[in-house]
Structure formats: C-alpha cells, structure tokens
Design a protein. Structure first.
Length: 147
C-alpha cells in the first residue's frame, strides 16, 4: 500500500501537468492563467518547464536508491543520471518535439524505476505509485500535442 503522504504529494505534483491540459483545452482558463501567471505558466509551456524539472528531480530520487546498491553501485549511479541528462539534451527544438521527448523520457524513467525496484532498491509500493503518476503525466503531455 502506498503511504498516504507519498500518494498525496505525488498526486499534488500532477497539478502543473493537469493545468497544462486544462489551459490547452479551455481558452477561458488560458486567458485567466495568462493574466494571473504570465505566458510561461499556461499551455504546453508549463508542462515542458515542470516536466523538465521533474525528470531532473527523479534522477535525484534514483540516485538515492543507488546509494543502497551493494553490488554494481556504479551502474545504478550511472543509470540514475539518465533522466536529468535526457531532459537537458533532448527536451528542446520547439514545443511539439520537446513534449514528445519529455513523454518518452517519462516512459524511460518508468523503465528505470522498474529496474531499480526489481533489484530491491525501492520501497515495495514504489511501482504502484510510479505507474499511476507516469500514466497521468504521459497522457497529459500527449493531450497537449495531439489537440
């Protein structure tokens, strides 16, 4: 069972992605967001900026799991930096390409999560949380480029 705090904070972390979708689907919300927060915080731009930050953050989480590795620690440290490097080098080139790259980055991150979990480096509930969050993040990102 996912601890309540982890679930609540994980779901709260989806709010910028959901706001991205909401402002893409609703011109009224986009106009309100533009007036309240400025152009960086509406539409695909909020999803791209926040998604890039989250991929880098998740590298840090994986690094924390790598610390527990008794064997092949170097491999786990190296794997843990991939999401941050992915975001740094591949999330660019315009909003559509960047969004696709970000979505692929989150799917790849889920693969890394699974690998770390399969090696016993994560809490037992980790994959339940990560599958839930990743599904919503990737769906949100794809909605913004497919609409």
């Amino acid at each position: 069972m996912i601890p309540r705090a982890a679930l609540f904070l994980g779901l709260a972390g989806l709010l910028p992605f959901l706001w991205d979708v909401a402002t893409v689907l609703s011109p009224t919300l986009a106009a309100l967001g533009l007036g309240w927060f400025g152009p960086r915080f509406v539409g695909p731009y909020v999803g791209l900026a926040y998604g890039t930050v989250i991929l880098a953050f998740m590298s840090g989480v994986l690094w924390g799991f790598a610390v527990q590795a008794r064997a092949n620690a170097g491999l786990f440290y190296a794997l843990s930096v991939i999401p941050a490097l992915w975001a740094f080098f591949l999330v660019g080139g315009g909003p559509v390409q960047a969004t696709y790259c970000l979505a692929v980055g989150f799917v790849g991150l889920l693969g890394l999560d699974w690998f770390f979990a399969s090696q016993g480096l994560t809490p037992p509930w980790w994959m339940s949380l990560r599958v839930l969050l990743t599904t919503i993040v990737v769906a949100s990102l794809l909605v913004t480029v497919l609409i």
